[in-house]
Design a protein around this ligand. Structure first.
Ligand code: PEP
Ligand code: MN
Length: 361
């Protein structure tokens, strides 16, 4: 996939103020709720970007859908009183227009907007000629090109203060998470656009404050550029996402226990050691590929025997035996079951592809 995203150089505020902390309630519910939450955050932080949903995309109608424009006034009041930059979600050109009129500093596209290229393009068209930071959440489904496409559309409209928000993906099985992190996709996004700031929305991944320390530390270890966390002065009373919100004090306790990491180190001993280990890894990767190529040659040979004897390529009992045997071996070597499964599956898929090609030649 070739992609070309042009973003601001280091003169923009976006590149000076990392890590970005987007803290604030899921939704703006009243001026009082916003003020009490902002005051709780201000006790610990001077420079967060205060978030609050004004228009809420809800799965079912007749749930709380946000207070709309009057909530925008409450958000602006927070900027005025506490000096925080303010941000909210925009889902259509009307939301954007209202935010620009009101002086919202940063806007983001939500997961339910990113999935729809028509909606993203409508926002991109409305952003032409506007210079405001825009963050794009990943789509609900684990589709990296769709996420990249949305970033490209916004960037194509001339938005250079661009960022991404990783909020996890809704799979049929999400494990302990509300939205499965699929860290690999966030890492691939960073590999495509090394200069694009990517922050982690730990609240929507976790769905439960108890998971947040683990998810936040993981995002720091993966060199993400900041965190989005939902905080509410009284989470139990929240009109949306009550289960995943926490008080500003609880948020601060979590933040205190995270270990910050930097992307590099000046220490020459560290650099030397890492170089030696990287050379080892390069060597091992090379050997691994050589062994896999040899394995494929053997598979092709079996493929032609099967073909000559009119035997099917797929032999389910043999595949089960391979899985069982290697799961046992791999686990005793300290590899995780899910990794062994995934690894064997791609190897087996490729073997079958090579055998069927051989058979059809
Ligand atoms: C939110 O940030 O409150 C929200 C609705 O998020 P998402 O688009 O990630 O579901
Ligand atoms: Mn929310």
């Amino acid at each position: 996939m070739t992609t070309n995203i042009k973003i601001h150089d280091h003169s923009s505020w976006m590149f000076k103020e990392r890590p970005y902390y987007f803290f604030g309630p899921c939704s703006a519910e009243s001026l009082e709720q916003m003020r009490q939450t902002a005051a709780g955050i201000k006790k610990h932080y001077d420079k967060v970007i205060f978030r609050a949903g004004i228009w809420k995309p809800r799965t079912r109608p007749n749930s709380f859908e946000g207070f709309g424009e009057k909530a925008l006034d409450w958000l602006c009041a927070i900027k005025e009183e506490f000096g925080f930059k303010i941000t909210t979600e925009v889902a259509n050109p009307y939301h954007l227009e209202k935010c620009l009129e009101a002086g919202v500093d940063i806007v983001w596209l939500g997961a339910r907007t990113t999935v729809n290229p028509f909606a993203v393009q409508a926002l991109a068209d409305a952003l032409k000629g506007v210079d405001i930071p825009v963050f794009v959440k990943n789509p609900i489904n684990p589709d990296l090109p769709l996420w990249i496409g949305a970033l490209e559309r916004i960037n194509g409209a001339g938005i250079k203060q661009l960022g991404a928000i990783h909020r996890g993906f809704h799979l049929s099985e999400n494990g302990p998470y509300r939205n499965y992190p699929r860290w690999d996709l966030a890492v691939q996004l960073k590999a495509h656009f090394p200069n694009l700031p990517v922050i982690c929305d730990v609240s929507h991944i976790s769905g439960d404050p108890r998971l947040i320390p683990h998810v936040a530390q993981k995002s720091i270890d993966l060199a993400m550029d900041g965190l989005m966390v939902e905080a509410h002065f009284n989470p139990k009373m929240a009109l949306s996402d009550a289960k995943q919100q926490m008080t500003p004090d609880a948020l601060q306790r979590i933040m205190e226990h995270l270990t910050p990491k930097s992307k590099s180190s000046e220490n020459p001993e560290f650099t030397n050691k890492v170089e030696v280990l990287r050379a080892k890894i390069d060597q091992l990767d090379e050997e691994l590929l050589e062994q896999i190529a040899i394995r494929m040659d053997v598979a092709k040979e079996i493929g032609s025997y099967k073909n000559n004897n009119r035997v099917t390529v797929l032999q389910i009992s043999r595949w089960k035996q391979i899985l069982d045997q290697n799961l046992k071996n791999g686990k005793s070597l300290g590899l995780s079951e899910s990794f062994i499964h995934e690894f064997l599956n791609v190897i087996h898929d490729e073997s079958i592809r090579q055998q069927t090609d051989e058979a059809n030649d």
